[in-house]
Design a protein around this ligand. Structure first.
Ligand code: C2E
Ligand code: MG
Ligand code: MG
Length: 350
């Protein structure tokens, strides 16, 4: 406790010194110039004032020196976890510069047609010493450090480039979609719509084949800029999915007026076998003419329960874990050969 408060005081003094030095240097420079060059043209009062100002600047300088000379605290004041966090932040900067990220893709399946309707792109960071780092760790870190703009754009264009390739190579299948997660922070950048337009054109992707997933809190906070961007994207033809629906502080009253197309029911509902709430969300979506995808379907039992409730579009380990682009290509090729998605053996659809 004592150590951390010492640390805080020291940090504050250093900051204070820095704040003091910057204006002081320029003030002292100006005073010296005045003193040397115009002394003979100044009145007595002005000369006195100048002397006082020079003395005061020197006093402030001495104060800054004293603060800087305060003993620095031992390095151990940073806890190991704080140190690790700082290191990771540093590594993230380099990883974004070197584009050390990749995407995995998880199929979204329609039971009615027995077809894959699209893939959700999920970011991966393979750190050269720590191995795989979860997006649940590095995405919030990227948001905190503003790296999310560059990283988000890189991931978005990677996903579109990949979708373009699949569409070219497997053109006989119905158009495929890719969903990309967007951070709330990305929706504060008014250049986002133009950047997305450019990516779509470069990769010859029809806007309605791109889906953007955002969490409900983005909309509920009603940030003017976020709503404007989402409305523009929808006008362009890009669809908006609400991710992890039911976990945020939904303002149900506003749901109707917000610009989105599909609800993704959060995986916690399936994990907790909360079929009553799942049904209620399905009914709500139906009344609002919204499409629904259920996340986190892990077992045949989950699937059957959800199907009974009228849910047709699903995603989860039961169908497939997130896989790499090569895996997607062979999954799509298999679907093309068999005429339908290759469900795990235990499942026979009506
Ligand atoms: P999300 O968008 O809700 O993605 C679904 C997460 O659930 C993924 O975790 C996926 O691997 C996992 N999942 C899928 N099916 C199942 C299942 O049946 N059971 C269980 N237990 N989990 C399942 P992942 O890839 O670790 O991503 C975690 C979160 O990180 C994502 O949640 C999303 O919020 C964020 N994220 C991932 N990639 C990106 C990205 O490119 N940009 C942004 N902004 N966020 C991303
Ligand atoms: Mg998502
Ligand atoms: Mg989700």
């Amino acid at each position: 406790m004592l150590e951390s408060s010492t640390h805080l005081t020291h940090d504050k003094s250093l900051l204070f010194c820095h704040e003091l030095r910057t204006p002081l240097t320029s003030i002292q420079g100006a005073l010296k110039l005045l003193g040397y060059q115009h002394l003979d043209t100044l009145s007595e009062d002005a000369k006195n004032l100048l002397t006082i100002a020079i003395n005061n600047a020197e006093r402030l300088n001495r104060l800054a020196n004293t603060l800087e000379m305060q003993p620095s605290p031992p390095m151990t004041v940073l806890s190991p976890s704080k140190l690790e966090h700082l290191q990771l932040e540093n590594d993230l900067h380099q990883a974004v510069e070197k584009e050390e990220f990749s995407l995995l893709y998880q199929p979204i399946v329609c039971l009615q047609t027995a077809q894959i309707i699209g893939f959700e792109a999920l970011a991966r960071w393979h750190h050269n010493t720590r191995g795989e780092i979860s997006p649940e760790i590095f995405i919030p870190l990227a948001e905190k450090t503003d790296l999310i703009y560059d990283l988000g754009l890189f991931l978005l264009s990677e996903a579109c480039r990949q979708l373009g390739r699949w569409q070219n190579n497997l053109s006989s299948q119905s158009p495929l979609n890719v969903s990309v997660n967007l951070s709330a922070a990305q929706l504060r950048n008014s250049g986002l719509v133009d950047q997305i337009k450019k990516i779509l054109v470069e990769n010859r992707i029809a806007p309605n084949n791109l889906k953007l997933e955002i969490t409900e809190s983005v909309l509920i906070k009603n940030e003017h800029i976020a709503l404007k961007i989402l409305t523009e994207l929808r006008c362009l033809g890009v669809q908006i999915y609400i991710d992890d629906f039911g976990t945020g502080y939904s303002s149900l009253g506003r749901l109707q007026e917000l610009p989105f197309d599909t609800l993704k029911i959060d995986q916690s509902f399936v994990r907790n076998k909360n079929w009553i709430m799942s049904e209620a969300i399905l009914m709500l979506a139906q009344r609002l003419s919204l499409d629904v995808i259920v996340e986190g379907v892990e077992s045949l039992e989950d699937l059957i329960n959800l199907q009974k409730l009228g849910c047709q579009k699903m995603q989860g380990y039961f169908f497939s874990r997130p896989i790499d682009a090569k895996g997607v290509a062979s999954m799509l090729a298999q679907q093309l050969t068999e005429g339908k998605f290759s469900f795990p053996r235990k499942l026979t659809l009506e």
